[in-house]
Design a protein around this ligand. Structure first.
Ligand SMILES: [Cu+2]
Ligand SMILES: [Zn+2]
Length: 173
């Protein structure tokens, strides 16, 4: 690792100790009410630092059964829906440039479940934080295969949160 790379990761680690610039409170659908968590968003010089921490995820005790959950920013602004699709109002992947999946701006690394818990922190330079305020983040029941169109065959929507600026107060920051 070069010196510059190390200084960036140290900077990110320090940022994660601070209040984020935005957050999304994640709540499960009626079928998965035990899922809860938060995604914290930090604007950085060339992109956005994102930290997701989710509890209450479904899991299996079987060998090779550790689940992987597709994770995306969706273009819709609400986490509402019906029995068929609990978060249909979140619409599809945030994709302002008309790219194929997985090159949508809103495509994020999937979360790996650990007996119901997931934590992931990463950087993306596909958007500025201000572009996605008010949009939604969705956790899916299947891994994202990074191939199928239009959404990586990530399966049903388990949980949703709305990305909210912390400018005027932030209840979980
Ligand atoms: Cu999605
Ligand atoms: Zn996508």
């Amino acid at each position: 690792m070069n010196r510059n790379a190390r200084s960036k990761s140290e900077h990110y680690a320090a940022l994660l100790m601070r209040h984020p610039d935005a957050y999304a409170e994640i709540k499960g659908s009626a079928e998965y009410p035990q899922i809860y968590g938060a995604v914290r968003w930090y604007q950085i010089t060339n992109g956005v630092l994102i930290a997701a921490e989710i509890n209450g995820l479904p899991y299996s005790h079987e060998n090779c059964g550790n689940p992987v959950f597709g994770f995306h920013i969706h273009a819709g602004t609400q986490c509402e829906g019906d029995l068929h699709d609990p978060f249909s109002s979140a619409m599809s992947h945030y994709n302002p440039s008309g790219c194929p999946h997985p090159f949508h701006a809103g495509d994020l690394p999937p979360l790996f479940g650990n007996h119901g818990y997931a934590f992931s922190a990463f950087v993306t330079d596909r958007f500025a934080l201000s572009e996605v305020i008010g949009k939604t983040v969705i956790l899916h029941g299947n891994p994202d295969d990074f191939t199928s169109q239009p959404s990586g065959n990530a399966g049903q929507k388990l949980a949703c949160g709305r990305i909210t600026a912390c400018k005027y107060g932030c209840k979980i920051c």
